[in-house]
Ligand binder design. Sequence first.
Ligand SMILES: [Zn+2]
Length: 261
Amino acid sequence: MLGWFSARIFLGPAQRRLAGRGLPILAYHKIGAPPRGTTDPFLYVSSRRFDAQLAALRRCGYSPAPLTNVLSGEGRAGEGVVITFDDGCCSVLEQGLAALSRHRFTAIQFLVAGSLGRTNEWDAAKGDVPERLMDEVQVREWLAAGHEIGSHSATHRNLRHLSPAQAREEISGSKKALEDRFGREVRHFSYPYGSFNPAVRDLVVDAGYRTACTMRFGVNPPGTPPFELRRIIPLSSPETLAKVWHRLGRKLRAERGSVGA
Ligand SMILES: [Zn+2]
């Protein structure tokens, strides 16, 4: 069954046609079984399914692509795929690193700069089960394995609800904090909750990032605004499979008219 789900996610004809229209960016969060009581079970993908999904991507001819490919228009038909993780959960390092290595994929972790070594308190505050977040040593392990880091703000607040000064600190301050701590340029941003508006987006541009990921659904054809990148949440359960499958088909039909051949 695992293979069937993976095949339907990545190898279905409609999805392949859709991916052929632009660079797909996958948005993962947590690797492992959803814990009892979690309010967002769809954000968990088991390590077996994650492994199967990466294997399916390889079988389909996909190779890892950096986010900067979106800028150069190199996200050509069904060749490159970007693998992203939001929040910086330990579970990705502990249960996902081996699969990434096995299938020779690289990924980017969007870290919450002010929460390294802590938990996702923003989710726990809403009643979700806390998840451990990577500390500095673990982030270094992630980097040493050949993966990349980006910023997911300083404290994971909804940037649209902050004053310009607060939003600037979340966006620019987190970039500087991560760069100072890890000694490498942080070029990519992921909006907490996928939430942004033109003012927030302009702050991300001004801070010197090169791209920003949203939670808008879809792939990224050449010419996609680099600070409004669309992503696909890979599936963790059969119920959500049906929903995403339906949305993929609908999106494909919608883009047929607007994107061209
Ligand atoms: Zn997040």
